[in-house]
Structures are given as structure tokens and as C-alpha cells.
Ligand binder design. Structure first.
Ligand SMILES: C[S@@+](CC[C@H](N)C(=O)[O-])C[C@H]1O[C@@H](n2cnc3c(N)ncnc32)[C@H](O)[C@@H]1O
Length: 203
């Protein structure tokens, strides 16, 4: 039964539109994450934003199209992202090996990507992100988090989630801080989901 449900979730996630609704409904339109991002953007006003693992570009509309680059490994997601945000720039690529055009970004966002990756790949992706962040810029990580006594709904979402590496706050800190200190780290709820928000400043 569990295997069948997980396989169904996996198959649905391969299709850009069902992936979109599979995530958007339990997260109540991502309103909690978007509210937090808007507050951060008011504070930082980044001109150039790199959205690593942007999916279908759900968060792209929060950023000025002129300075935005979204990268995702899934070509189908990128096609839908382009359709939904025609003024923004998207590329289909593995971000771990993405070379970019030499530009450095004021804000690099990694939202819901690293919990799909084991430690070596997650570290490699973080290294690429740091390489593309401008001096004085910000790296923002928003990742699914495993919390003690999580409600049943959260456990259910984690169970169906494709991410096999949903870590505790301590494990996230341990992973990230091998590369860069976390200036702000806190958990928050987004509908049924629980996230860890980690903000790092590049010296
Ligand atoms: C849970 S989705 C999050 C998408 C988007 N950031 C959002 O919050 O709506 C994870 C995304 O990471 C992408 N991804 C995973 N590994 C990647 C890699 N190595 N390079 C680029 N994208 C990757 C997947 O294709 C997927 O779109």
C-alpha cells in the first residue's frame, strides 16, 4: 500500500502540472513562504537573483524579471516555468555543474531542493551556489525539516515526498556550516509542511 502510494506520488510529480498542484494545495498556495520572502526582499532589495532548482517558477513572480535567472534539471518544469513567467529567464541544467555566464548574484535561493540530495551532492550544490553569490550577497535556503512531534499531516507529506533526505534542524546546520555560517536559522510552517529557513551572508 505504502509502495503504491509513493509510486503514484512519484508518477504525478513527473508531470509539471500535477507536480504543481501536488505541492501547492497542502502548502495553501505557499503563502507562508511567500510572505517571508517578501519581507526579506524589502530588506535586501537584490537586483540579481538566482533561483537554483526553480521547479515550475512558482516563486519567480516575486523577483524583478530583469535580474532573475531560474535553473532546473527537469526540462518539463522549465517549459512550464517559461509559459507561466514569460519575462523571466529560465534554463534547464544540473545546477551542480552549472557554469553560468560569470555573473554573480545578490541573492541565491535554494528552495526545497537539498532534501532530494544526499550529503555529497547537497554539499556540491551548495558549493556551486556559493560560487555564484556576489561578495556581500545572500544565500537563502528553505528546506523541509524533520521536527519532533510533528502533526500527522506533516508526517504524511514527508512520507509521500520525493525527498529522501529531510533532515532535522541540527543535521541541516551541520551540513551547511561545513561551508558557511548560518546567520539566521528558524523553522516555520507552510500549510501542512514544515520548513527550515537558513540565511547565510557572503563575506
Ligand atoms: C521540491 S522542488 C522545488 C521547486 C521550487 N524551488 C519551488 O519551491 O517551487 C525541487 C526541484 O529541484 C530540482 N532539482 C533537483 N536536483 C537538481 C539539480 N541538481 N539541478 C537543478 N535542479 C534540481 C527538481 O527538478 C525540482 O524542480
Amino acid at each position: 500500500m505504502k509502495k503504491a502510494l509513493v509510486e503514484l506520488a512519484h508518477r504525478l510529480a513527473q508531470h509539471p502540472l500535477s507536480f504543481h498542484y501536488l505541492r501547492k494545495l497542502p502548502e495553501l498556495g505557499y503563502s507562508a513562504t511567500k510572505t517571508r520572502l517578501r519581507v526579506l526582499l524589502e530588506r535586501l532589495s537584490p537586483q540579481r537573483v538566482l533561483d537554483a532548482g526553480c521547479g515550475i517558477g512558482e516563486f519567480a513572480h516575486l523577483f524583478n524579471p530583469a535580474g532573475y535567472v531560474g535553473i532546473d534539471i527537469h526540462a518539463g518544469y522549465v517549459r512550464l516555468a517559461r509559459r507561466m513567467n514569460s519575462s523571466h529567464h529560465f534554463e534547464s541544467a544540473d545546477f551542480i555543474t552549472w557554469e553560468g555566464g560569470g555573473e554573480r548574484f545578490d541573492l541565491v535561493l535554494i528552495n526545497g531542493v537539498l532534501h532530494h540530495l544526499g550529503d555529497p551532492d547537497a554539499r556540491a550544490l551548495l558549493e556551486t551556489a556559493l560560487h555564484h553569490t556576489a561578495p556581500g550577497g545572500t544565500l537563502l535556503l528553505v528546506e523541509d525539516v524533520r521536527l519532533p512531534n510533528a502533526p500527522f499531516g506533516t508526517e504524511l507529506i514527508h512520507w509521500l515526498d520525493e525527498g529522501e533526505f529531510i533532515r532535522t534542524p541540527e543535521a541541516w546546520r551541520e551540513l551547511v556550516e561545513t561551508l558557511i555560517p548560518i546567520e539566521q536559522g528558524e523553522t516555520f510552517r507552510s500549510g501542512l509542511c514544515a520548513y527550515y529557513w537558513m540565511l547565510c551572508r557572503i563575506p
